[in-house]
Design a protein around this ligand. Sequence first.
Ligand code: NGQ
Ligand code: ZN
Length: 473
Amino acid sequence: VGVEVPTTPGRVYLRHEVSMTSARATGLICPSAWLEDGWQDEVVLQFDQRGRISQIGGDPTGLPRAPGPVVPGMSNAHSHAFQWAMAGLAERAVHADDSFWSWRQTMYQFVDALDPDQIEAVAAAAYVAMLEAGFTSVAEFHYLHHAPDGTPYDDPAELSLRIAAAGRMAGIGLTLLPVLYAHGGVGGQPAGPAQRRFLGDPDLVLRCRERVASAAPEVRLGAALHSLRAVTGEQIDALIAALPGDAPVHIHVAEQRAEVEACLQILGARPVAWLADRVELSPRWGLVHATHVDADEVRRAARSGAVAVLCPTTEANLGDGLFPAAAWLGEGGAFAIGTDSHVSVDPAEELRLLEVGQRLIRERRNVLRLGDDGHVGAGLWAAAGRGGASALGRESGRIAVGCLADLVVLDAEAPRLAGRSRAWAVDTWVMAGGAALVREVWVAGRQVVRDGVHVRRSEVGLAYRRAVAGLGR
Ligand code: NGQ
Ligand code: ZN
């Protein structure tokens, strides 16, 4: 698999026509593979020219051989890529009573200093880290639209295009969700000066979608509503009416109790209940966090098919609270995981915290039971893979004909996996091992990680180090 090195590390624009990370393979031989109906030995996967699995079986001649068990890749269903460079910089107590809201002030100051080159370099580095941990795709919840003083760039989609360029540089499967952000509080309150880089109307979201569709056709496109603090009902209606009916739509909702209180006071309903009344919740909807939901909201939202997009390490870091995961799954709710602020970038760690959070409040073990065979780690991986793929509008999350070849190869030689049958290997990886056990990653049939290292780690890392010099002094 040939790797082409970009000529301009650190300033990689889409218009420079940077090539994809590596050539697409025509297939992969798996010593064992986790297929939809369980593990099988000696599986041959054939890929078509678009990177989809076209056949399971067939002629293995000339195909590369995976160096360990092959499992479906994971979708990262919630990312603010720029926050990867901020991780750690809000961990000093500065207010008498630090909270989500004081963290947000720190984040606003941080974002004020970033220029487009920095944003692109940080996003590429974040995506490389995701891939190395076993994510194969990402939904970028992109609300950073304008220059630091709030004026639009010459191309209003400049920063959306930078995200697309970073996605191409890293070779991750990108779903871009340009964000509608118009207000500073529930009920259409005016935005503050710290939010000036984010503000726009439904037309800006549509413009970002159009520009990216023509400049980077490999990107999947949806849209997002920042939160019920940032959009009104009329704006929601206008944007939904203008989007294709199958485009993913994500929204931050009910993450903090203060938002629930504001919605009750101003809108007369809890956030998820209000949303369920206003729009037709369905599988295209990604409800990000949904931490503070009552039993009625759980029932309505879960049964609608909307995906709960959970970000356990960020939710813990920000002091959000615990999502009622057992109740959600009990209603048959779909879920996905995201790394949001990127204090951790590891799908196994997100799933582990989701499960152990339930153990801590219930004083029980093995709470989130999803598989038929009782394997908790494997059940979580499979369900989050399916929910994530659905939230990203990506045919992925399963090793099956018609799905993209988004694949993770575990490290068969790792001591953690020694002596493990394959079923126990996935539980060990999710509940105890984590990213260190990821040996190879393939995205739509292209290899992007080999021997645990991204094929462009050094040039992306160099550009990143240049971009962030002095940011954390
Ligand atoms: C964000 N992040 O947009 O980055 C938000 C904080 C807000 C999380 N909610 C800002 N984790 O919600 O107003
Ligand atoms: Zn978020």
